[in-house]
Design a protein around this ligand. Structure first.
Ligand SMILES: NC(=O)c1ccc[n+]([C@@H]2O[C@H](COP(=O)([O-])OP(=O)(O)OC[C@H]3O[C@@H](n4cnc5c(N)ncnc54)[C@H](O)[C@@H]3O)[C@@H](O)[C@H]2O)c1
Length: 495
């Protein structure tokens, strides 16, 4: 599969820093050029936010983080990069100049994406020697979480380059959508500006304040948009008669005075003050970093919910997350069973903010998650991977007994070890301990039983030889270990 081997980010502000974070967390080395004296600090803060968000986003094995290098010139920064992302301020002369410099210094095969919010790629590629590899890759803030990039080619962009860019973005968890034609502001910003312009009128005309306007969005159609967008939502709104009925019912409203879209509100000092004051009243109690963290946690929550939607097949950005995770698992080094007479380490993780409850401790079901993820890791270790499951066999958990022993706190690094208890492989019986890395203390234990099943028939059957041959040496190696003191424990038994 086409992938990005090395990236260069030219411009490291809000957007360039977050592109860098997405590349780095996907294991790609990044050269960064930004003349701002505090660029390293600013980019460092964005990356810290991104790392925090990814710890919540996925348990799939991210590759080792790429290396970030700050470079003193565009010419040096683009050397060896096969994806160069321009994210300098939105001024056509500045952008065109920077892109022309990138073009002259980079490998002619390297892809060059511009983060511009609305400038036509034809304008940006005007002075390039190799314009066919330049396109707009317009992302959304925060780039490390929101997966979309609008891919827009100019007159000289090769269509194959856009397809290549789309395939490469998929390997870093992004959804590239290719627009059929270039147009100022593309699709997303055209829509957003139309809604924003209407919002400004509603504030100016004292219909509502900024908080009420935001409430109208987030308690209603904002929730619909996150999962079905506009047209799929309206199809449902049309009832059984669908889209045609919706158009017949609401089409005429377009010529009623429902909108002021064609007028541009005068953003004079008075209106700017009014909006800024209302915004302070609405959100001033939070610092900007605090708001960013809340935003990131909410976005992760939405993606998690959508990952489990549609009967577990996933939906929208959640389906994309599941596909990215499948890609990460596929590309992770294949686990090798450490066959020895000692428990195997199956999981390393960290208590992240969304795992903590009102007591400040890891909430109860996250302990279960650690054990369930460890059981999955054990299965991968013995060859029960996606292909094995797709071919019709799997292990199902049928019984578990947990003991909660000590508290895990926010940020604690944790690991899980497992001992295979005597079993025949059709039954897979394990005992697992959740440890804190700092002092190896045991925080919880889990005795766990899985059965090997032929999924379609819903029958318990022995594992296929490929799995049995990997499992049996583990069962044999652990057979000589003493039974854990708490194995076979019943609920309520004295310590
Ligand atoms: N902020 C958003 O929500 C958003 C979303 C999508 C796209 N964009 C687009 O991304 C681009 C960057 O926007 P931003 O919000 O990150 O702006 P920003 O002001 O936060 O960052 C711009 C960075 O570019 C640097 N810079 C200036 N001249 C440079 C040069 N010659 N070479 C390299 N770096 C240079 C600046 O020092 C600054 O760090 C713009 O084109 C913008 O339209 C922004």
């Amino acid at each position: 599969m086409s992938k990005i081997n090395k990236a260069a980010c030219i411009g490291g502000g809000v957007i360039g820093g977050a592109w860098a974070a997405r590349f780095l967390l996907s294991g790609i080395d990044v050269n960064m050029f930004d003349p701002h004296p505090e660029a390293e600090r600013i980019v460092g803060e964005v990356i810290a936010n991104a790392e925090r968000a990814y710890a919540m986003l996925t348990m799939a094995p991210l590759p080792p983080r790429g290396k970030l290098t700050f470079i003193k010139s565009i010419e040096e920064a683009v050397k060896g990069a096969d994806w160069i992302q321009e994210s300098v301020p939105e001024r056509i002369d500045l952008k065109r100049g920077v892109i022309t410099q990138i073009d002259a210094a980079s490998d002619p095969e390297a892809l060059i994406g511009s983060s511009t919010s609305g400038i036509l790629p034809t304008e940006l590629q005007r002075d390039m020697k190799h314009p066919e590899r330049m396109f707009v890759a317009h992302p959304y803030n925060p780039v490390y979480l929101l997966p979309l990039a609008e891919l827009v080619g100019g007159e000289k962009t090769s269509p194959a380059v856009l397809e290549d860019a789309k395939a490469k973005l998929a390997t870093i968890g992004m959804k590239g959508v290719i627009l059929k034609k270039e147009i100022e502001a593309f699709v997303g910003d055209r829509l957003l500006e139309a809604v924003w312009r209407e919002g400004l009128w509603l504030i100016k005309d004292d219909i509502c304040d900024t908080e009420t306007l935001d409430d109208v969005i987030r308690y209603s159609f904002g929730m619909r948009w996150a999962q079905m967008g506009m047209f799929e939502t309206y199809r449902i709104a049309g009832g059984e008669a669908g889209m045609r009925h919706f158009i017949a019912q609401f089409g005429p409203c377009l010529s009623w005075p429902w909108t002021k879209l064609t007028d541009v509100v005068d953003l004079d000092d008075a209106l700017t003050d009014k909006i800024a004051n209302q915004s302070d009243a609405q959100s001033g109690a939070y610092g900007i970093r605090e708001l960013e963290r809340i935003r990131d946690e909410n976005l992760v929550g939405i993606m998690h919910a959508l990952k489990g939607a549609n009967g577990g097949k996933g939906w929208g950005s959640g389906k994309l997350l599941a596909e990215f995770e499948a890609h990460l698992w596929e590309n992770a080094p294949k686990p090798e069973a450490a066959i020895g007479a000692e428990p195997i380490r199956l999981l390393d993780t960290k208590v992240n903010p969304s795992w903590v409850d009102y007591n400040g401790h890891m909430t109860e079901f996250r302990y279960n998650q650690c054990f369930a993820d460890s059981a999955d890791a054990l299965l991968r270790l013995i060859g029960v991977d996606m292909d094995y499951v797709a071919a019709g066999h799997s292990y199902y958990t049928v019984e578990a007994h947990n003991q909660w022993i000590d508290e895990a706190k926010l940020g604690d690094a944790l690991y899980v070890k497992a001992q295979i208890l005597p079993c025949d492989g059709k039954k897979l019986h394990t005992f697992m301990w959740l440890h804190r890395v700092a002092d190896d203390a045991v925080l919880a234990s889990c005795e766990h039983l899985m059965l090997h099943v032929a999924s379609k028939e819903g029958k318990v059957v022995p594992p296929l030889p490929a799995v049995k041959d990997r499992l049996q040496p583990l069962i044999d190696a652990h057979a000589g270990l003493p039974l854990p003191a708490n194995a076979g424990r019943v609920v309520g038994q004295k310590k």
